[in-house]
Ligand binder design. Structure first.
Ligand SMILES: [Zn+2]
Length: 307
C-alpha cells in the first residue's frame, strides 16, 4: 500500500522510535522524535525529507524517552516549531517533573524540552493535508494516543500495536492497572477500518488482523501471570540500556539494575531476587534470546528486537 505523497516514514532501529514526517504545502510536522543519543541522526534524516523547508510542528504519541528524545535538538534547530504533547502531561513537561515523567523510573535519558500545546483524546489534527483523529490508547503508557486517518485507513499505532506484539505494559510493573487497558486499546483498533499500520518500532505492515490476533494472545499470556510482564519489563529495560551504551561492564550490572526504580519495584513485587541473582538471571535470559553477548567481562549488545 502506498503512502500519501505528503507522508514519509523514517524507520529507525529499536532504540529510537520511527519518525513520521508530514510535508504539505502549508505545514510540516514530525510525529515522534527518537532517542536522545540518536538526535543528530534524527536531525539529518528530517532535514533530508524537509528539503530546505522549516519544521512547523512536533507531536509525540507518548512521552517515553525513545519517542520524544529528539524534541530538544529539533526545538533548538527549528525554534518556531510548536510542540504538542498529550494533554495530561502538558504541565509535567512545562515544569519538567522528571519523577512524574517516565525518564527517571526507567533509567533512561531525555533532554529537557518545552511543550507549546496539548493533544486531547478525540482531537482532529491536520497533518499532510489529511485529517487524523487522536485516539486515547492507554496500556503501554497511560497517556499515549494513536493517530488514525480514516480516509486512507492508516493508523500510527505508537507502542500499542506492533507487527508482533506491543510495548511493555509499564504501569503493571508498578502494580498499577495496565492489562485491561491494553486489551481495550486493541479492541478499539480492531473496530477501526485499518489497512496500514505505522508502528512505533519496526516496519509498516498491512497484515492488521494477524497483528491484532498476535497481540491479543500476548496480552492473554501476560495477564495470565503478571510475573511474565515483570520479567519481560526487566529484560527490556536492561536491553534498552545496552542498546544505548553498546557495552556494560559485567560487574556493574547488579548496581545498575538496582538503580532503575521500575526494575526494583517489579523485582520486589514479583520476583524478590537479590541484586546479584537478578543481574545473573536477566543476563542469562537475554543471552539465551540472542540479545546480548558476554565478552571480556563486558555485556555487548547484539542487534535484536527489544521485546
Ligand atoms: Zn513507549
Amino acid at each position: 500500500m502506498n503512502l500519501p505523497d505528503s507522508m514519509h516514514v523514517l524507520e529507525r532501529g529499536w532504540l529510537s522510535s520511527n519518525n513520521i514526517v508530514f510535508t504539505s504545502k502549508h505545514r510540516t510536522a514530525i510525529v515522534d522524535t527518537g532517542y536522545c543519543t540518536h538526535e543528530n541522526q534524527t536531525l539529518i534524516l528530517l532535514r533530508h525529507v524537509l528539503k530546505g523547508r522549516t519544521l512547523d510542528a512536533i507531536y509525540n504519541t507518548h512521552l517515553h524517552s525513545d519517542h520524544c528524545g529528539g524534541n530538544h535538538i529539533l526545538q533548538t534547530h527549528f525554534p518556531a516549531a510548536r510542540t504538542f504533547v498529550p494533554a495530561a502531561e502538558f504541565n509535567r513537561v512545562q515544569n519538567w517533573e522528571r519523577s512524574q515523567l517516565t525518564f527517571e523510573a526507567t533509567g533512561q535519558r531525555c533532554e529537557r524540552f518545552r511543550a507549546d500545546a496539548s493533544v486531547h483524546p478525540g482531537d482532529k489534527i491536520i497533518l499532510g493535508d489529511l485529517e487524523w483523529s487522536a485516539l486515547c490508547a492507554p496500556g503501554h503508557h497511560p497517556y499515549s494516543y494513536l493517530l488514525f486517518c480514516e480516509k486512507h485507513g492508516i493508523l500510527i499505532s505508537a507502542d500499542a500495536l506492533w507487527e508482533k506484539g506491543f510495548g511493555v505494559v509499564f504501569p503493571a510493573l508498578d502494580g498499577i492497572s495496565g492489562f485491561r487497558e491494553t486489551r481495550a486499546t486493541l479492541q478499539m483498533i480492531e473496530a477501526l477500518d485499518v489497512r496500514l499500520v505505522i508502528p512505533g518500532h519496526g516496519k509498516p505492515f498491512t497484515e492488521v488482523k494477524q497483528a491484532i490476533e498476535v497481540a491479543h494472545s500476548r496480552i492473554d499470556y501476560l495477564e495470565g501471570d503478571p510475573l511474565r510482564n515483570a520479567q519481560n519489563g526487566i529484560k527490556v529495560l536492561l536491553k534498552f540500556l545496552l542498546m544505548e551504551r553498546q557495552r556494560i561492564k559485567l560487574s556493574e550490572v547488579p548496581k545498575l539494575l538496582n538503580s532503575i526504580p521500575l526494575v526494583k519495584s517489579a523485582n520486589q513485587r514479583h520476583m524478590n531476587f537479590g541484586k546479584i541473582h537478578l543481574a545473573h538471571w536477566a543476563i542469562t535470559q537475554l543471552r539465551r534470546a540472542g540479545a546480548l553477548d558476554v565478552q571480556d567481562n563486558y555485556l555487548v549488545d547484539v542487534e535484536a528486537k527489544a521485546g
